[in-house]
Design a protein around this ligand. Structure first.
Ligand SMILES: NC(=O)c1ccc[n+]([C@@H]2O[C@H](COP(=O)([O-])OP(=O)(O)OC[C@H]3O[C@@H](n4cnc5c(N)ncnc54)[C@H](O)[C@@H]3O)[C@@H](O)[C@H]2O)c1
Length: 357
């Protein structure tokens, strides 16, 4: 796996990530280095770094509890305070060692601390390796609304260490595979074919899917780093998916990001047929893949009004209209598509009945 050099000014290290990390840290001359992780990633992944990287054992540690319900301003204040306590100055580095919650929140904390210090991402979930750690979106949830605080700030490097997947729960792997499938659906038939082959018979291995999935995301982000246009395509499944995540967060229940997005991709496939003339056979195909191979969230009829309320504050909306990133066919995204509440309700009901019948 060759390293990927991004035109956005950083490298995604795939080939020998631990040696590259050592090299990056020893040649960078940072005054202080701190590692941010959650209880699981510091227990499972940090020992691996300590074992192989000469540098990581000398870093200060900032540990938070795991889970989306910690991706908020209160926990972020705790992170900023620890950075201050450890004496991090403008020439310091924050290492985000964790899944998407850590890279989103650590990126946000670093990009705002003292008006911005450097950070690097060492993703430890499949979802963060192929998606969350790439692309420069940092974020926190606000009042259960997903990522309503955030910046566009790129890390100085991303280090992909697939060995970390060894301690990850199988359901979290499926959550990450949702974004891998999404990348195939929006941009790349061959990648979709390889992903389905992995999901059906384990070949090629999941590690082999990672570089191509990263390339698909990076290629789109490089064309539109601040999401004025084509980058919105990456939000396929996410208008509904984020609403489902917000709904469960507000109820104090946690679901995986990938589960919410998997359900969202089904609802948005129905909307794609209604609004973008996607072929019925493509919708059927998506309805086959997702329940068979991924772990879509549970959605009931009673949730519909709340879900639509959450969608009304989606970040892609303009002029009080709910905007979607859909598909006109597999491999061809269609962005800025307005759907009415009636259309969204119809699509949600179709999915709810699909699972109930
Ligand atoms: N910035 C972006 O572009 C972007 C893109 C997609 C998703 N996201 C965000 O990413 C978040 C979801 O990320 P996630 O799915 O990685 O969730 P996560 O960070 O909550 O990690 C999932 C769980 O796995 C544990 N874990 C992580 N690595 C582990 C390992 N190697 N071994 C054992 N346990 C491990 C974590 O402690 C956590 O309990 C959401 O907040 C979502 O909004 C951001």
């Amino acid at each position: 796996m060759n390293d990927i050099q991004s035109s956005l000014g950083y490298t995604i290290f795939l080939e020998d990530p631990i040696a590259s990390l050592d090299n990056f840290l020893s040649s960078s001359n940072y005054s202080k280095v701190a590692i941010l992780g959650d209880t699981h990633t510091l227990a499972e992944c940090l020992p691996y770094l300590n074992l192989y990287s000469s540098y990581s054992s000398t870093c200060d540690l900032i540990e938070i509890d795991p889970g989306e319900d910690n991706k908020n301003i209160d926990i972020c204040i705790g992170i900023w305070s620890m950075m201050q306590e450890f004496g991090l100055d403008r020439n310091s580095l924050l290492i985000n060692l964790g899944g998407g919650v850590i890279s989103d929140m650590g990126g946000f904390a670093a990009s705002t601390y003292m008006r911005g210090i450097d950070f690097i991402n060492i993703p430890t979930t499949l979802l963060a390796m192929v998606d969350a750690s790439i692309g420069g979106k940092t974020g926190l949830d606000l009042q259960h609304y997903k990522n309503h605080l955030g910046t566009f700030t790129h890390p100085k490097g991303i280090f992909i260490i697939p060995e970390f997947l060894g301690s990850l729960h199988e359901l979290e792997i499926k959550s990450g595979l949702t974004e891998v499938v999404k990348h195939g659906l929006i941009a790349d038939h061959l990648h979709l074919r390889d992903t389905l082959s992995y999901l059906s018979n384990g070949l090629p291995g999941v590690n082999e899917l990672i570089p191509q999935s990263i390339k698909i995301k990076l290629d789109i982000v490089e064309q539109d780093p601040t999401e004025k246009g084509i980058r919105k395509a990456l939000n396929y499944g996410h208008t509904v998916g984020h609403a489902i995540e917000s709904y469960y967060l507000a109820k104090g229940k946690l679901i995986m990001h990938g589960s919410a997005v998997a359900y969202g991709m089904m609802v948005e496939a129905v909307l794609s047929e209604m609004k973008c003339c996607m072929k019925t056979e493509d919708v059927k195909y998506i309805f086959e893949i997702i329940p068979n191979h991924l772990e879509p969230a549970k959605v009931t009829q009673e949730m519909i009004l709340d879900l639509i309320d959450f969608m009304k504050l989606d970040k892609k909306n303009t002029d009080d209209l709910i905007k979607f990133s859909l598909l006109s066919e597999i491999g061809k995204p269609a962005i800025n598509i307005t759907c009415t509440e009636e259309e969204i309700t119809e699509a949600l009901l179709k999915c709810i009945h699909y699972f109930n019948d």
